[in-house]
Design a protein around this ligand. Structure first.
Ligand code: PEP
Ligand code: MN
Length: 343
């Protein structure tokens, strides 16, 4: 950390701050400038106590951290792209996955049809939520544990991998019994206790970016997963809240490009929850591929008009198939391999 003194800081005050720095376990290196004095406090900021307390001292103008608050997720820590294995399907390091499925399981018939249509065009990882985080308590909340049997059945019949969301710690064990990847949704992106618990489940985790989390906060949430034993983390940019109201959310394309550089973890985009309407899914998906996304997660429903949640943004099966075909050359151009062979 760098401690910047006010121009009128006295020698005695600087000496006192130096003592504090030593007591907190850092080595102080004093730099005497023309106008003011600066101390570089040398030491690992992650394992030592913070020097933020020095802001309290009247002679101190600013305390500037040098190290980031995350380590395991950085490229400096792990140079190669992490490849995440989702039930035998690789994502990252050039393996591009299009995860697709309905917003929620609504019935055995609806999910069966959805998976059948998606598998036909080569999708290998299916999304489908048993538990839905809804803004209104009066909206469809998902079928709950009843839906886990529907997931089990789909896995058995089609051999697909399953991604589904965890809303609370009590759901981890029953869901991990059937799911191949556990989703932490936008609303729980900073639920640190849940992140710690999910990390211990021994499954890959799809970590969505929160509605109003900075990249640093998002990566710190990923660090929670990694430091608690989960190295198989996929980041997902799903649009953030901005002043813009024309779309459901604002897909932060810059974040995708930035995070690809900053971390070794794969990052995918969710154009469905970002745009919030069918017609924006394809253009946003293309843009995400162009800035370096390692995959997509797209909502697809056999009968979107009658969907119980997110009806406006779910693609019907034929439109999804067409979109996937249109995205194929974009993935190739981006130097990735689309892991979706039509059967
Ligand atoms: C979802 O993927 O079903 C979902 C609710 O997404 P988000 O958490 O990004 O809103
Ligand atoms: Mn949805």
């Amino acid at each position: 950390m760098i401690i910047v003194f006010k121009t009128d800081a006295s020698r005695a005050q600087i000496e006192e701050v130096k003592q504090h720095i030593v007591e907190l376990g850092y080595e102080p290196r004093v730099i005497q400038g023309v106008e003011r004095t600066v101390i570089g406090a040398v030491g690992d900021e992650l394992s030592h106590r913070s020097l933020e307390i020095l802001r309290e001292m009247p002679c101190v103008e600013n305390v500037i951290p040098i190290q980031k608050r995350y380590k395991l997720v950085t490229r400096a820590y792990h140079l190669q792209d992490t490849v995440v294995d989702i039930g035998g399907n690789k994502l990252g390091g050039g393996h591009f996955q299009v995860i697709a499925g309905p917003c929620a399981m609504e019935s055995a018939e609806q999910f069966h049809q959805a998976v059948k249509d998606l598998v036909n065009v080569g999708v290998r990882i299916i999304r489908g939520m048993a538990f839905k985080p809804r803004t209104s308590p009066y909206d469809f909340q998902g079928l709950g544990t009843q839906a886990l049997d529907i997931l089990r059945q789909a896995k058995k019949e089609f051999g697909v991998a399953i991604v589904t969301e965890i809303l609370g710690s009590d759901q981890i064990a029953p869901v991990a019994d059937v799911a191949d990847m556990l989703q932490i949704g936008a609303r729980n992106a900073q639920n640190y206790h849940l992140l710690e618990e999910v990390a211990k489940a021994g499954k890959p985790v799809l970590l969505k970016r929160g509605l109003a989390t900075t990249i640093e906060e998002w990566l710190s949430s990923a660090e929670y997963l990694m430091v608690n034993g989960c190295s198989q983390v996929v980041l997902c940019e799903r649009g953030i809240r901005t002043f813009e109201k024309a779309m459901r959310n604002t897909l932060d394309l810059g974040a995708i490009a930035f995070v690809r550089e900053e971390t070794h973890l794969p990052v995918i985009a969710d154009p469905s929850h970002a745009g919030g309407v069918k017609r924006l899914v394809l253009p946003l998906a293309k843009a995400a591929i162009a800035v370096g996304a390692d995959g997509l997660i797209i909502e697809a429903h056999p009968d979107p008009t009658n969907a119980l949640s997110d009806a406006a943004q779910q693609l019907d099966s034929a439109t999804f198939a067409q979109a996937l075909a249109e995205l194929r050359p974009w993935v190739t151009l981006a130097g990735r391999h689309l892991e979706a062979e039509a059967g």
